[in-house]
Design a protein around this ligand. Structure first.
Ligand code: HEC
Length: 158
């Protein structure tokens, strides 16, 4: 049912419970969205070394990322505002990067064959936070605000 509709472009989308109206948030200064001091430069270096080969040097994703591969996986989506990374809060994104897509989706009971490797053995929690800081730093304020709101709602905070 819903599963089939959404699975096409983003398996994690199954967990995005929010109507898009909640996305229209006020534009807070960019700094408000970083926990502590953002380490954007080291995040960029990690991104280029570990992520760009699939997600693109300019976060543009792989060609035809919305169409499935023959093996049932999907190509890597963009991390810029045209993708759906920003539809998910930080905790979920961190978990996806740490454990990889398959482990996360298996534990959520989502039947999906993931092409996203886990980096928990190679990257520290600070590294993962830095990569996310870098990715967020490329977004316009309104997208950063929308993503911060997703995170608050996923955590069940007011
Ligand atoms: C071997 C290719 C590959 C590499 C390398 C890779 N990814 Fe991915 N990634 C994917 C694919 C494919 C997906 C699509 C979803 C799936 O298959 O689970 C994905 C999905 C994601 C998602 C979820 C996006 C969403 O909107 O649901 C995040 C976040 C992510 N990757 C971050 C990273 C980061 C950060 C790195 C580098 C540390 C990285 N990826 C390296 C292939 C890759």
């Amino acid at each position: 049912m819903m599963h089939h509709l959404h699975r096409k472009t983003c398996p994690l989308r199954l967990t995005a419970l929010l109507p898009s109206a909640t996305v229209m948030m006020l534009a807070l200064p960019a700094q408000a969205f970083f926990h502590g001091a953002p380490d954007i430069e080291s995040g960029r270096a990690i991104y280029e070394a570990r992520c760009a080969s699939c997600h693109g040097a300019n976060l543009e994703g792989q060609p035809n990322w919305q169409s499935g591969n023959e093996d049932g996986t999907y190509p890597a989506p963009p991390h810029n505002e045209t993708g759906h990374t920003w539809h998910h809060g930080d905790e979920m994104l961190t978990d996806y990067i740490r454990r990889g897509g398959q482990a996360v989706l298996d534990s959520m009971g989502v039947a999906f064959s993931s092409g996203m490797p886990g980096f928990g053995d190679e990257l520290t929690e600070n590294d993962i936070e830095a990569v996310l800081d870098y990715i967020r730093s490329t977004w316009p304020d309104r997208i950063r605000a929308a993503q911060a709101e997703r995170g608050r709602l996923e955590r069940g905070a007011p």
